[in-house]
Design a protein. Sequence first.
Length: 748
Amino acid sequence: MSTLHSEQTSLRIGVDVGGTFTDLIATDGVTLHVVKIPSTPPDFHRAVIEAVALAGAFGTAAHLIHGSTVATNALLQRAGAPVAFITTEGFRDMLLIGRQNRPSLYALNIVRPKPLTDVQNWFTVRERISAFGEVVEPLAEAEVDRLIRDIQSRGLHHAAVCLLFSFINPAHEQQIARKCAAAGISVSLSSEILPEFREYERASTTVINAAMRPVVKEYLEALSEGLAGEGRGDSETRGRGTGDGGGDGRGDTGTRRRGKGDGGEGRGDTETRGRREGETDDADSAIVEETAGSQASLSASPRPGVPASLSPPSLQILHSSGGTLSPHEAAQNAARLVLSGPAGGVMGAAFAAMHAGFRDVITYDMGGTSTDVAVILDGRPQWTTSAAIDGLPIALPMFDIHTVGAGGGSVAYLDAGGALRVGARSAGAIPGPACYNRGGIEPTVTDANLVLGRIVPGHFLGGKMSIELSLAHSAIANLAAAMSKSVIDTALGIVKVAEANMEHAIRAVTSRRGHDPRQFALVSFGGAGGLHACALAESLDIPRVLIPPYCGVLSALGMLVAPPVADASRTVVHLGAILDDERLVAEFGSLSGQTIDVIPYEQTDRVEVFADVRFRGQSHEIKVKIDRPNLSHIAERFTAAYRALYGGVPQGRAIEVVTLRVRRYGHAPPLRLPAIVAMEARENIACDVVGDDGSTWRARLIARNELPVSAAMPGPLLLIDPEATTLIPPAWRATMSENGSVTLERTI
């Protein structure tokens, strides 16, 4: 590609960072280019910078959308900054007490999550605002001065403020913020982060934001400077790492962090899309250019330096509900990034499903450590405001993603009662499954699939990575001896237990939410998903499975198609009878104005309006989408949603509108999937595969571009992609569209 062409071609780039690999997709509006290189723990920003530099072979980086796990990993490992938690006198132990709900109904020994900040860092101020926003007891300046001295005596530089009823009247929180700023203390206010009722959830979210802000800010500053050609050095000069700890051993082991590893089925061929996270055997980089669906290796060279002349692209960070933030906004609102990476996968799955003609789908992303599932209705991902990350509530809008500890690297073992368990512990990227021959000796889901013939050694990662069947057999043989079972039966048991865990996760976002799985298609992506997708579909009576193109880098693809999103909310339950239709219109209008400040009217694609509603006396609400801002319409939508969830509606109960929400969407960037370039099928290669019933199938091995377009091919098949393998049983058939989407359908 000529230098002139590179300089003139403007690229829009999506980048997803993982523990071992960093995935990039760039588009010039016509062609999709893929770059996959090893990540650089603990300085994960370096891999992003290098991937963008490599994309310079295709054009000039103009816009960069980045999904980061930095906030997720810091939260999971309690690796955020120490935070001063400030609340109203009498509520000091709010973070410890939490709610009286029981995560496991019959558990005798409940272990609650440890608060994010230590008890020594909890402070109170003497003040009180009423439930109607009136100042009952003023906050004295001397009280705030005393608070600042106490915080400074603890050596704290960051604060989270959550005062009672500040979501109605934030005056006292703002008073504390002014004093903190003057004293050089950064502060997160609950009245700004989450202006809604329920003080515990508001406090938890605000503390998460305050603790994650320094980590996110440090990472984004390093990334921005590096993209501008001002790289800030490696782990020796950067200090604390901000990513996953399953990487290549660089940096201080005390500062590395482990996130969602990828020790399962491969995600990329070194000649086409790099290697699956956790499967690197050298430090080479890999580039792929994909033009009109073709795949061609450009290079596999040593990691390049970042040229000083690299023109910095405009940078946006994907947040947990699928929109983007500027680096400054992302640093200020760090809690909004806790599901940044998985959100990209949901957006990518929604995009791929729409191109394949499916509007109602279940997204199924199986990696090396865990599986993420979500629901898309009418082409739109579902979102929630009642999520919990590692047991810590976070009440910000985010995609409703359910995660279970079942991945390719999940370790199989016997519990104290002799029952077979799989996960949540994973072999991770290093040492990985036993078959990787990197020191792992415990049996994993990947080892089981290899023993069952569902992974073909000579075709693993396009034959670029060697895996050892004998090592997988030995690891499972030890477990089989303890169970008095054969190796094959034990491997089948491992697979079935893992699939039961994943089935449970899918039911959590479908039937338990009032959705019938039989009315959906299952979108499978991630390196290990295709090996289990049909079995899950059969157990849930899901009639169709979609295996999208670019499934190994679908999260990066999702970032390319993410539209701008602006959210605004306000609790109104305290208004009581004052909240009539006229006041309702005014409140919604005020919230809509807040979102217009983020996405101007002329850039708006659509606006969605919601209300959180409950029957008076209930403790929880249902979020319902509404079309008209009047109380009778809200009551109608609420009763219909309540009946769908619980089967009936209580009579004679008044309805309360608790919180109003407005979500404004900008226009999604245009992108099309190129047509696949079909290739003539190679010689008929087949191998023996053990089915779920223990019988042996003779399955044909076939590449995606060898499938006939629009013509059904019956199973049993092993669909071999550069980044993954898909098992298609005898009772299923595969049909490929022009853009490479493969739809699997049951024949009986």
